[in-house]
Design a protein around this ligand. Structure first.
Ligand code: TYM
Length: 335
């Protein structure tokens, strides 16, 4: 691959709808990256299969995720936005990298431990090798940077370890990717238990703002957000995790600094503050909702983008796969 611009790679699982955490920690930061990087963003549907899915709903969710990417401002004509499962090189490289990854390394992954505890009746091999598929995603495109939320850091580290191990054996095959963690929004917390990350799978619906929640729901959830017995709006993650989380959300959507926010709510109670955060988030999401509704009706536009970008992703990723085949000694394809 010719490297004029550096390469950026990221993606999200196609499970349920996105949360405000996914949006502020990842998606919102992706939309202008194409100016500086050659960007690839996947709808990570193969990863979603590690948890049992209802087929019809799953297909709908993947489509909805693609539309949400675009509605949030990710231009599929400037970024390669594609479906992971449509590009066979991902599964092919993942198999090879499985043979260069140790059980001990995978055993240490906290996401594996968390998910196995949550889905004790379905601790499948895919869940265990999940990070290897993620490494394949990233390494296939020779990505220089991978923008993710803080929770994906460990997966990025194992990706780098696998790539370095492979390069040590076979020469410079893979670019070693750098994580890119946003300064604001990298870890949005639950609105009900602010020491826990906001997550799609939270059982308490008030804990999570879903990206497609309507305005009233957003405001209601913020009004119910857990704070503390104090009354001062001040950033202190240790002592005031609930208020600090709301401040960081407010900062992401308004661009104000923590100092400015503290000043704005000086002498006002938590009620006013929560209302302002709710209003600001609802206002931020309003154009996204409108565009999303339009896109879900414009079937042919999305179909065309998926087709073109699937082909582009295959073209780029196959170059790396062919190189890997050659390096490890697999016999070349006869065409
Ligand atoms: P996923 O689908 O769990 O999350 C997508 C992105 O959202 C970020 N995120 C958050 N950021 C801030 N606060 C939160 N509460 C929060 N919750 C989620 C995640 O860090 C992530 O950036 N394994 C990946 C998907 C993936 C991938 C890849 C990512 C598959 N292959 C290759 C990058 C490169 C995942 O589960 O993300």
């Amino acid at each position: 691959m010719e490297k004029e611009k550096k390469i950026l790679y990221s993606g999200m699982q196609a499970t349920n709808t996105l949360t405000l955490g996914n949006y502020l920690g990842a998606l919102k930061n992706w939309v202008n990256m194409y100016e500086e990087y050659e960007c690839f963003f996947g709808v990570m549907d193969l990863h979603s299969l590690t948890v049992r899915q209802n087929p019809a709903e799953f297909r709908k969710n993947a489509r909805s995720l693609y539309a949400l990417y675009v509605a949030a401002g990710l231009d599929p004509e400037k970024n390669c936005v594609y479906y992971q499962s449509h590009v066979p090189t991902h599964a092919q490289l993942a198999w090879i990298l499985n043979c260069f990854t140790y059980m001990g390394e995978l055993n240490r992954m906290t996401q594996f431990k968390d998910k196995s505890a949550k889905h004790a009746d379905n601790i499948n091999a895919g869940l265990f090798t999940y990070p290897v598929l993620m490494a394949a995603d990233i390494l296939l495109y020779q990505a220089d940077v991978v923008p993710v939320g803080a929770d994906q850091m460990q997966h990025l580290e194992i990706t780098r370890d696998i790539a370095e191990r492979f390069n040590n054996l076979y020469g410079d095959v893979f670019t070693i990717p750098e994580p890119y963690i946003a300064k604001a929004g990298a870890k949005i917390m639950s609105l009900q238990e602010p020491t826990k990350k906001m997550s799609k799978s939270d059982e308490n619906p008030n804990a999570t703002i879903l990206l497609l929640d309507d305005k009233d729901t957003i405001i209601r959830k913020f009004k119910r957000a857990v704070t503390d017995s104090d009354t001062v709006v001040r950033f202190d993650e240790e002592e005031k995790p609930g208020v600090s989380n709301l401040m960081s959300i407010y900062r992401c959507v308004t661009g104000k600094t923590y100092e400015e926010i503290e000043k704005e709510f000086d002498g006002k109670g938590y009620g006013d503050f929560k209302m302002a955060v709710g209003e600001a988030v609802a206002t931020e999401l309003e154009p996204l909702h409108k565009r999303y509704d339009e896109l879900m009706k414009e079937k042919s536009f999305i179909d065309k983008c998926i087709k073109e970008n699937d082909e582009k992703a295959y073209y780029f990723s196959n170059k790396t796969l062919r190189k890997v085949h050659k390096k490890v000694g697999l016999t070349e394809l006869i065409r």
